[in-house]
Design a protein around this ligand. Sequence first.
Ligand code: UDP
Length: 234
Amino acid sequence: MNQKLIYEGKAKKVYQTQDPDIVVVEYKDDATAFNGLKKGAIIGKGAVNNKVSNHLFKLLEKRGIPTHYEKEISDTQTLVKKVQIIPIEVIVRNIAAGSLCKRLGLSEGAKLKSTVLEYCYKNDDLGDPMINEYHIKALGLATEEELDTIAKYSFLTNQILTDYLKDMNIELIDFKLEFGRFKGEVILADEISPDTCRFWDSKSGEKLDKDRFRQDLGQVEEAYQEILRRLMGA
Ligand code: UDP
């Protein structure tokens, strides 16, 4: 395949196709954390993230959330709609973990009384600072209407995924979403995978996500494969 590379990020490459509305996303095994300060590789991660993300996007589509997913074409590559990414990371939280614990002095695992939605400005040079709806409007990152859609889809995604994962003994602690514009509509883009979600085993509380890499907990590859196995019986 002689495709033209149009973008390379920390965990993915994006290639052009003949169709101007469609691109190929290729998931890499490379892993980074703490805004690129920690670097490494997780063998098999690209394939796990590709398959897990596609599986969850298909589920969300069926439940009425428009996504960029088109077609899986190999273990690590998928055709997706070419969107204009809205430069906001949406973080949805059910249980306290990660930066929320540091910021608010909560202990890891504390149940939140209601779901928390946070926004970060996607800007590596600034370290993806947290922003609110006023900043988003003041900077012109998204319109009020787009932001309403983003919030609605984010809460609905949380509900659908939380219920779905519960049956696989996976607790959805928190996750990050990105949205894009496609032909005037806001659709769910990027990925939903152990790189972008916190997944804990419902019974043991064992971490089955990128925190194993971030915190040097070991058994990183095994945790990614375990998520794939629980979701797809692989
Ligand atoms: N997250 C992500 N990309 C980022 C920042 C966060 O995918 O650039 C995900 C992260 O994996 C977790 C959730 O968003 O599932 C909340 O992350 P948090 O704000 O606690 O930051 P972290 O402690 O992971 O840096």
